[in-house]
Every structure is written in structure tokens, then in C-alpha cells.
Design a protein around this ligand. Structure first.
Ligand code: AVJ
Length: 321
């Protein structure tokens, strides 16, 4: 295997499991307990997220998909022959196909995802369906990827970050991420970013607290992983799923709420909970279009084009730099 094709996780001496344990312990022993949202996504978590995308209440996926279908020709017109498409947090690469279908000029596709299983499955399916396309996956935390695989280097580059995954970052972190992505994608790159738009909590809250309880299972999956991968003993039935709109911060929050006073154990540590105490597991920031434009500018990008769907509103921004 070429050194160039090794992911950052392979190169790091610290194992991913040690990082998960460190992050989990740091979050669960803090004054206000938290866990990083990226740990939802093992194979089961990725499966649950795909199921969320099909829920009637979860509007972002179908809204963005319809918008991308409509604007794909306009995006394609900005992409040069022989270009590489680099996707951050690619998962099942479902939306990617909308761009691939509209852009026969693409030569290389680089999906970056932390879930090896999701990446392997997606890459295999894409190679089958797009035989002319070189698929060069990167198993990595997409916030830490610093170098494109050899197959993409020297080509015009288009970044793709759909799904409002950027909403998982606080605005200052989103700005840092956009600046870092500029470094990875290179000068002259285009970056297509999907961003959920702030709207009524009557629409937002059900999207994160669906009637079938799929989002609740997704939320609890981080505790499932802590038990199975890190040897924790969290009582899954003793935590409720809660989704709240935080208007001051313009974000949806997910929490796991302890039903009772209880003590869990992890790596020899006692993790005590009072009844009603929460583990804050996810933030999903929602932007007014102008706010996102300003954030992208602060990160060093020009906004070449933007599209916002009809309600429920979702935005796609074409950044240039
Ligand atoms: C993948 C981060 C965009 O915030 O809407 C879905 C994850 N969490 N339901 C989102 C999620 C609960 C999703 N992102």
C-alpha cells in the first residue's frame, strides 16, 4: 500500500479506541456532561442515521436532495474537466450521485468518512455504477484530513459538504473548519456546502424527536458504543431522549436525560447522575442565509452562488477561493 493512501488514523500511533475513551471520559466527568456527536457513527449508528433521513419529520435530507437535483446543472457548469470531487463525511454517498450524474467531467471521487464500513460499502457501489470514475476513499475524521490522496492531486478540486453536517460545529468551529478545508482543497477550489436554515421550532423539534423513536435510538447508540467498545455499564433504559430548540444559540440540541439518580462505570471511574441530569450529545446549528455568508467570508471564501429552497428552507452555498 502506498504511504500516500494511508489515512490519518492509520498513521497516528494512538488507536481510535483510545481517543474515544479519552473523549468519553473527558465529557462524562465534566460539570455539564457532554459526548462528541461524531461517536454516533459506527455501522449501527450510520444505519440509524440513514433511517432518520427517510423519516417524515426529518425534512433536511429530502429538501436538500430536491434542491440539489434542481441546481446540479448550475453547479456542474462551474466544474472543470478532469476535476476531483472531495466529500466530507460522505456516509452512504447518496447525495453524491446527484452531482456525479450531472458531472460526467469528474475524474476522481474522494469520500472522507470516519466509518470504514460505510465508506467501503459506498465505494464499492460507486465503482460499480460509475466505472469511469476513480474512487479514492479516505478513512478519517474529516476535520483532521490534511492531504488529498495522490489520485486527486494536481486536479481542479470541488469540495462537497452536504446535509448541514457543518451544523454540528459551533459557529467559531465552523469558521475554522471552512478555513482548514480551504487548505485541504487548495487554491482555486470550489466548495459546495449544505446548510440548514433557522425556522420554527414546530418544524425543528419533531425533526429531532420523531414518532417512531429512530432518533432516540440513534442518540442512545453512543451509550451502546461506550458499553460495547469501552466496557462501560450504562443502563440504556434509564436515559430518555430529549430534543430542544435553543433560540439564543440558534441550535437544536439532543440530550440523554437520566431518569433516576444512578451511577455508571467507565474505565474504573464512577459517573454519577442525578435524576433529570443530561448528557448533551449533539448541537445542530441553524443559520439565517446572511449569517452563513458572513461566516464563509470570515473563513476566506467568496460566496459564488447560493440557493435556498422553499419552506422548510434549506440552503446550498457554492463557495469559491
Ligand atoms: C448529520 C449532523 C446533519 O444535525 O441534523 C439527525 C444529525 N441528529 N438527527 C443533523 C442528526 C439527529 C444531523 N447531521
Amino acid at each position: 500500500r502506498l504511504a500516500d493512501d494511508m489515512s490519518a488514523l492509520d498513521r497516528e500511533t494512538a488507536t481510535p479506541a483510545a481517543t474515544f475513551l479519552e473523549d468519553a471520559l473527558a465529557g462524562l466527568t465534566a460539570d455539564r456532561k457532554t459526548l462528541p456527536a461524531k461517536y454516533f457513527y459506527d455501522a449501527e449508528g450510520s444505519r440509524l442515521f440513514e433511517a432518520i433521513c427517510d423519516l417524515p419529520e426529518y425534512y433536511p435530507t429530502r429538501t436538500e436532495t430536491a434542491l440539489l437535483r434542481r441546481i446540479a446543472p448550475e453547479i456542474a457548469a462551474r466544474v472543470m474537466e478532469g476535476a476531483a470531487l472531495v466529500e466530507f463525511g460522505s456516509g452512504a454517498s447518496t447525495k453524491t450521485r446527484i452531482l456525479l450524474d450531472a458531472m460526467p467531467q469528474l475524474a476522481v471521487y474522494v469520500p472522507i468518512d470516519i466509518s470504514r464500513s460505510a465508506l467501503d460499502e459506498a465505494s464499492e457501489a460507486l465503482r460499480r455504477d460509475y466505472p469511469g470514475l476513480v474512487v479514492a476513499p479516505l478513512v478519517d475524521d474529516f476535520t483532521r484530513a490534511v492531504r488529498l490522496p495522490a489520485a486527486a492531486r494536481g486536479r481542479p478540486v470541488t469540495g462537497f459538504f452536504p446535509g448541514s453536517t457543518i451544523g454540528n460545529f459551533a459557529p467559531a468551529e465552523a469558521e475554522d473548519f471552512l478555513r482548514g478545508a480551504h487548505g485541504l482543497l487548495g487554491d482555486g477550489a470550489m466548495f459546495v456546502v449544505g446548510v440548514d436554515i433557522a425556522k420554527s421550532p414546530d418544524v425543528l423539534v419533531p425533526a429531532y424527536d420523531d414518532a417512531q423513536g429512530v432518533t432516540a435510538a440513534f442518540n442512545r447508540n453512543v451509550l451502546v458504543r461506550i458499553n460495547s467498545e469501552l466496557g462501560g455499564d450504562f443502563d440504556l433504559d434509564a436515559f430518555d431522549h430529549r430534543a430542544v430548540w435553543n433560540a439564543e444559540e440558534s441550535r437544536m440540541e439532543m440530550h440523554l436525560v437520566s431518569r433516576v439518580d444512578q451511577t455508571a462505570h467507565l474505565a474504573g471511574r464512577e459517573i454519577g447522575f442525578n435524576a433529570g441530569e443530561t448528557i448533551h450529545t449533539e448541537n445542530s446549528y441553524k443559520y439565517a442565509p446572511e449569517m452563513f455568508v458572513e461566516l464563509a467570508r470570515r473563513a476566506g471564501w467568496k460566496v459564488a452562488a447560493r440557493w435556498v429552497s422553499d419552506s422548510p428552507s434549506f440552503g446550498v452555498f457554492a463557495l469559491a477561493g
